[in-house]
Design a protein around this ligand. Structure first.
Ligand SMILES: NC(=O)c1ccc[n+]([C@@H]2O[C@H](COP(=O)([O-])OP(=O)(O)OC[C@H]3O[C@@H](n4cnc5c(N)ncnc54)[C@H](OP(=O)(O)O)[C@@H]3O)[C@@H](O)[C@H]2O)c1
Length: 276
């Protein structure tokens, strides 16, 4: 397949270029060459004639989105509209990466694909608007919601915890925010399987299981063999610009049931991260 990947310099974009590169023709579109908010890029992308476009480009700074919601909407909503219009023009399928933050986090179990959405912060609202444009403008689309991504060298939560542990004798980590830690290479593999199916629709692709930030940090320190006391604190005690959904855990029901696309438990994935 001829596959265009926007935001190909980002964490997931890089992994997808690597995972899909052997078997497909990849049109790699990093931000410096291809800004999704530029309307001139609609025709440019359509002219490249991709069979599918995978949109990894996004404003992913959740706290930055809280401070500047318009910037988040510009990229995550209207940028997505541009890419969906390009897909319309060249009859390409579209895979939009969305987020667990489209939910309000009040459910007491992991969210399923058909659960009602109700974002509580600017980032979640902008990502949901991207979903909306995708569904309004296209017939052939996958919406893939994921959560708590990390990869080697990505500077995300595991790297941050280890960095703090190097500097401090003890850590304080939030215990009442739940999510599904997801190893980016596992997500890239699942996406590679999904795009072969043409079984369009909405999917939750995350490593299996869920945990709190606190439990994740304890497991990271344990696996990295960096013993440090970790104090559980509440979301209210942790000062940040954005309010995350208290329960942001997702369950992969649709892809596992219908397509047999399953991701391993998050603890096994974390082990693989350290084994690398
Ligand atoms: N990271 C997570 O925990 C997480 C969780 C749930 C869902 N997601 C979703 O997963 C997808 C991939 O995330 P990621 O972790 O790979 O994020 P990332 O590393 O921040 O990658 C996003 C990429 O998009 C680029 N970008 C930003 N604005 C752009 C624009 N206007 N035009 C073109 N490219 C632009 C960024 O460039 P710059 O670096 O130069 O800004 C970056 O290369 C996103 O849709 C995100 O919303 C992520």
């Amino acid at each position: 397949m001829k596959i265009a990947i926007t935001g190909s310099d980002g964490q997931l974009g890089r992994a997808l270029v690597q995972t899909l590169g052997g078997q497909h023709i990849i049109l790699s579109l990093p931000r410096r060459e291809f800004d999704i908010t530029d309307r001139a890029n609609i025709a440019k992308l359509a002219a490249l004639g991709p069979e599918i476009v995978i949109q990894c480009a996004a404003m992913t700074n959740v706290d930055g989105a809280a401070r500047d919601p318009l910037a988040a909407f510009r990229v995550n909503a209207f940028g997505t509209q541009n890419i969906a219009l390009a897909c319309q023009k060249c009859d390409a399928a579209f895979l939009y990466i969305s987020s667990n933050e489209v939910f309000d986090g009040k459910k007491d179990a992991p969210y399923l694909e058909h659960d009602p959405v109700n974002p509580i912060n600017a980032y979640g609202k902008s990502k949901l608007a991207g979903e909306w444009y995708t569904q309004q403008l296209l017939d052939k689309f996958y919406i893939v919601r994921t959560a708590w991504l990390y990869d080697r060298g990505g500077g995300k939560f595991p790297d941050k915890i280890l960095e703090i542990a190097r500097r401090q004798p003890a850590l304080s980590v939030v215990r009442d925010e739940l999510g599904s830690p997801t190893f980016v290479p596992d997500l890239a593999n699942a996406i590679a399987q999904l795009i072969q199916t043409q079984h369009y629709g909405r999917y939750h692709l995350v490593n299996a299981g869920s945990c709190s930030r606190y439990e994740w940090a304890v497991e990271i320190l344990h696996m990295a063999n960096v013993p440090r006391p970790v104090k559980p604190i509440t979301l209210a005690e942790y000062n940040r610009a954005s309010t995350p959904p208290p329960n942001g855990a997702l369950e992969n029901l649709a892809a596992a049931t219908m397509l047999d696309i399953k991701l391993r438990p998050w603890q096994e994935a974390l082990q693989a991260f350290f084994a690398q």
